[in-house]
Design a protein around this ligand. Structure first.
Ligand code: KDG
Length: 317
């Protein structure tokens, strides 16, 4: 079987983005997209030339077909995406406030993806992979999704596949004690990617210098704190100092959703190619900024040919 560079697992939903700002009760037109944190990351990686394998389920419905078609269009492998005749494809709506903030409304309870369970996964899919990427969203969808993520972690550990984790805290999904919920995933991962807000919630301070000892004490060897329009900071367990990545100013600003996933993809691409941390951060910030220029989550991500040489100066696999 074909080997994948990165394997991920998550829900892809149909996203309806409003054509106007303001409360959805007043909005009459929407644009349709496919979205989901893990899909966004996979699209960004595929556009950079990596082989991304995606584990998921969609409904046997029109939206499921739409998602599969969008995945194929983005050169993603869909062989690990099952079609479930008994459960629908999830949907969500964005609401734009007009001040740069956006809200989301999920219609995903009981979705096909939320029924993922360990039996849906073959551990051999991880054979030869370089990285398993998980977010805190998938284990929050259901107990069986959580078990599936833990199974993938076990399969990765036994194959020496590195693991990256982004908590992606979503208030609508993470309702209980978020610290204990995230703990097993933070302990299992090699690379922890979080934003300042998540860093504060999980470790008591948004400041990477303050939390580094606690983070590295739990297991990760690399920690990244994404700081939005201030850039991002990385630290390694073996390194003495923090490494700062300057932000990029987007050509126009429409909506921030998808920036964090794009950042993760850029950072991980650099990591997988053995780049110095500064360049991992640079590519992450570049892709994150591009995400904010469009309404969809990932449509703004660059293709490899769009990336200036000073951002990607190394040859890569
Ligand atoms: O990071 C972007 C995601 O939040 C969005 O695509 C929707 O995956 C999603 C979720 O579960 O919130």
């Amino acid at each position: 079987m074909e080997r994948f560079d990165v394997i991920t697992c998550g829900e892809v939903m149909v996203l309806f983005s409003p054509m106007d700002v303001g409360p959805l009760r007043y909005v009459s037109q929407f644009c349709k997209y496919a979205a989901g944190a893990e899909l966004n990351l996979s699209v960004a990686l595929a556009r950079l030339g990596l082989r991304a394998g995606f584990i998921s389920k969609v409904g046997c419905d029109e939206f499921g077909q739409y998602i599969l078609a969008r995945m194929r269009f983005e050169n993603l492998d869909t062989r690990f995406v099952k079609e479930d005749p008994a459960h629908p494809t999830g949907v969500y709506f964005k609401e734009l406030s007009g001040s740069g903030e956006s809200r989301v409304y999920y219609y995903r309870k009981g979705s096909a993806a939320s029924t993922l369970r360990p039996e849906d996964v073959d551990p051999s899919w991880l054979d030869g992979a370089k990285l398993l990427h998980l977010t805190g969203i998938t284990p929050a969808l259901s107990e069986s999704c959580k078990d599936t993520c833990l199974e993938l972690i076990a399969a990765s550990k036994s194959r020496n596949v590195k693991i990256s984790f982004d908590p992606n805290i979503r208030p609508a999904l993470h309702k209980g004690n978020v610290v204990s919920f995230m703990e097993p995933f933070i302990r299992a991962c090699d690379i922890l990617l979080m934003n300042e807000h998540e860093c504060g919630l999980l470790f008591g301070s948004p400041d990477p210098a303050v939390v580094a000892t606690s983070v590295f004490g739990m297991g990760p060897e690399i920690m990244v704190v994404k700081q939005g329009d201030k850039g991002a900071v990385a630290a390694t367990r073996s390194g003495k100092s923090l490494i700062y990545g300057e932000p990029f100013k987007p050509a126009r600003y429409v909506d921030p959703v998808g920036a964090g996933d794009g950042f993760d993809a850029g950072f991980l691409f650099g990591y997988l190619n053995g780049w110095p941390m500064e360049y991992c951060l640079k590519l992450g910030n570049f892709i994150g900024a591009r995400a904010t220029t469009v309404l969809g989550d990932h449509e703004g991500y660059p293709f490899r040919r769009d990336i200036p040489e000073d951002i990607m100066p190394f040859s890569s696999s």
